[in-house]
Write a protein that binds this ligand. Structure first.
Ligand code: NOJ
Length: 670
């Protein structure tokens, strides 16, 4: 981000009260800037702990902190050595995102604790308390008796004061985080991957996750033995069992607790982004959000193949056809999968044979990219690695240099293999290091990344805004070939409050033909209007209209997708109930227009929507794409009713959503 675009409103108040030995047993507290959330921290019988309250309400009960290191326990026998408090208030701007301005306002408490042994090893516990939650991290200062060390376990606890309803996906047995989130009491959960979201009561919603996952292992949570509602960190291990190899000075990722009164508060929290470092990319002018089509759904529906042969999808001629379509309808890019050598045979087991610079004979990269440029469209590059991370790393420079030379500035990466390099998990420190190397190298070549099969996102797009979007979610492709029938209607009413809180999701909505001749039992389980609405509800700065282009011909509803931006000036969530329905309204960055997405699960319902977020004293033209008469996601999914009416800030709409349905609305200022 350009420095001159960062608006530093206030970043002064920095009070330091260093206390020497003796403050040890005192309880230390810090409040959120609005005074509503309290963080209490201290050391009790040698064990560091924290607690979170909202007013009189317990949010996190007394929870211990610390580590099991390879050479012994590092969670006990501590005494507080120093205490520091600070405050921070700044407003920064996102080059792309769900809003432009983000306020980063918190009060901070740091406890420096020292082991009461001859080694005198030290650890800092840093807590930041925002109006929308808490973040905390461990900092291992530079010190004589702790240099290189190995973390065998992080012992961070989240002691929940209730057996709340939790939406989560299991860590074990889930590939690439592509699972359906299930709600059940926390006491029933096996190890789960963060983010997890819970409803403690009607006005207390929490999300636990992490921010700034750098050179560390990804976070999972498991019930602590002998407890019913205390979750403990369960880091993803290396194949050899260690969790993290580190050298002091060293900082862990932030552990995050978003606290909201209603589900929409979770979606509007920018706490995770605030706990990441500011952009390392000074000039972000080349980073361009956009909407694209792709030679993609055709492969998933087995009309085309990635590999060579009579059905090869990525041919020069077919790509030019897609480019013509993209140019005609105002798309910024065309994704081409299967253009490079390595797809023949079972590519998921021989990823090391992928070449990222050699084209198949029927694909002329130079010609196709020149053709795209002449039409004002860019190719979107693709690097499927089959999980062979080392093979990819060896080719990163040559592959990105090639793409740059032909004007490709977005690359979708993929890692279809449960293990990287047949050995290490995607969310392990090994995986985290690999994905970081890719993002940093891409940034040097002026390339944006769409990372499929990633480690779980943690807000790194603030630091590397070329990290546009990621998978790590069960996306629309499951409606092509999954063995369980496709994504159930409530899936998209849950993920905005779970995986969506970890960052942009490359879900790829926008399928218009739901018939599936290859896997007849599997299908898109929405109405057509809901496919449109998902373009607003599910945020991604790069968004693919997923269907084959011929399925968009002569479809009046397609005009919603082609008009819908992918980056926003402002977002509001007028109404939502996790798993039941979601209403999101977003304001365009380039105009005064608003776009609304409204979706329901398998139940029909009427949503009363006040347009109070529009400018007062202004008139707007609303174009409504609603479920038509008799629409139903199973029996009549295509019925769409497109209508226009004048609206203003006083208008209250009654939106009738059919089963599995939705409504998409474009509101243009007159
Ligand atoms: C899985 C990805 O999610 C999908 O989008 C892609 O088409 C295939 N891998 C092939 O890379």
């Amino acid at each position: 981000m350009k420095l001159n675009r960062i608006k530093l409103l206030f970043c002064v108040c920095f009070s330091l009260f260093l206390a020497s030995c003796g403050v040890g047993e005192r309880i230390h507290t810090v409040k959120s800037p609005d005074g509503k959330i309290d963080l209490i921290a201290g050391v009790d019988e040698g064990r560091p702990y924290y607690e979170v309250k909202r007013g009189e309400e317990a949010v996190i009960a007394k929870s211990h902190l610390g580590f099991q290191l390879k050479d012994g326990d590092f969670s006990n026998n501590f005494k507080i050595k120093a205490v520091r408090q600070a405050s921070h208030d700044e407003t920064w701007q996102q080059p792309w995102g769900e809003d432009i301005e983000v306020r980063n306002n918190y009060n901070e408490l740091t406890l420096l604790v020292e082991e009461q042994s001859d080694l005198h090893r030290e650890l800092s516990l840093v807590f930041r308390v925002f109006n929308d939650g808490v973040g905390f991290r461990y900092v291992f200062p530079k010190q004589r008796n702790l240099k290189d060390f190995v973390i065998m376990d992080e012992k961070t606890e989240f002691a929940l004061p209730w057996d709340a309803q939790v939406w989560s996906i299991p860590t074990n047995g889930t590939k690439y985080f592509e699972a359906l989130y299930k709600a059940s009491p926390v006491s029933h959960k096996d190890t789960v991957s963060t983010p997890i979201t819970m409803m403690a009561n009607d006005s207390l919603y929490l999300t636990l996750h992490e921010a700034n996952l750098t050179d560390y292992a990804g976070l999972n949570l498991a019930l602590e033995k002998g407890t019913k509602t205390t979750l403990q960190a369960a880091l993803t291990p290396w194949s050899t069992g260690e969790k993290v190899f580190a050298s002091a000075p060293f900082a862990s990722p932030w552990r995050t607790i978003i606290i909201g009164h209603k589900p929409g508060d979770l979606m509007l929290s920018r706490l995770m982004l605030n706990l990441n470092e500011p952009s390392k990319i000074k000039d972000t002018s080349w980073i361009e959000p956009g909407r694209y089509v792709g030679i993609w759904w055709g492969m998933h529906m087995e009309k085309y193949t990635w590999s060579q042969g009579p059905k090869h999808g990525a041919t020069t001629a077919n790509t030019m056809r897609y480019i013509d379509f993209a140019a005609k309808h105002g798309f910024s890019g065309v994704l081409v999968e299967g253009w490079n050598w390595g797809w023949d045979g079972d590519w998921t087991t021989h990823g090391d044979q992928f070449s990222f610079t050699r084209s198949y004979p029927d694909f002329d990269l130079k010609r196709v990219s020149e053709y795209a440029r002449s039409k004002g469209v860019r190719l979107i590059g693709h690097h499927e690695t089959g999980g062979a991370a080392l093979n990819y790393e060896a080719q990163l420079d040559s592959a990105y240099a090639l793409y740059r030379s032909v004007g490709v500035n977005v690359v979708k990466t993929g890692y279809v293999n449960p293990l990287l390099d047949n050995k290490e998990q995607h969310n392990s420190q090994y995986g985290v290091r690999h994905y970081r190397k890719v993002i940093e190298t891409a940034a040097r070549y002026g390339i944006m990344i769409d990372n499929h099969e990633p480690s779980m996102p943690t807000g790194l797009q603030r630091t590397y805004p070329n990290l546009m979007t990621q998978e790590g979610v069960r996306g629309q492709e499951y409606d092509a070939w999954s063995t369980d029938g496709g994504n159930p209607p409530d899936h998209t009413c849950i993920i905005p409050f779970t995986r969506g809180l970890a960052g942009p999701m490359d879900f790829t909505p926008g399928t218009f033909k739901f018939v599936n001749t290859v896997h007849p039992g599997t299908r898109v389980q929405t109405t057509l209007a809901k496919q449109l609405a998902l373009n607003v509800v599910l945020f991604s700065p790069l968004q693919m209209a997923s269907d084959m282009i011929e399925n968009y011909e002569n479809q009046p509803a397609f005009s919603f997708i082609t008009s819908c931006p992918t980056t926003w000036a402002k977002t509001v969530v007028p109404d939502a109930k996790i798993g039941e329905y979601v209403v999101v309204a977003r304001k365009d960055r380039r105009s005064d227009n608003w776009f609304i997405g409204c979706i329901t699960n398998e139940k029909e319902r009427t949503i009363t929507l006040s347009l109070g977020f529009l400018d007062d004293d202004a008139s707007y033209k609303a174009t409504l794409y609603c479920d038509g008469e008799g629409a139903d996601y199973l029996s009549n999914p295509y019925a769409v009713n497109i209508s226009e009416r004048e609206v203003n800030a006083k208008t209250v709409l009654q939106l009738k959503l059919k089963r599995g349905g939705g409504a998409a609305i474009r509101i243009e200022k007159i």
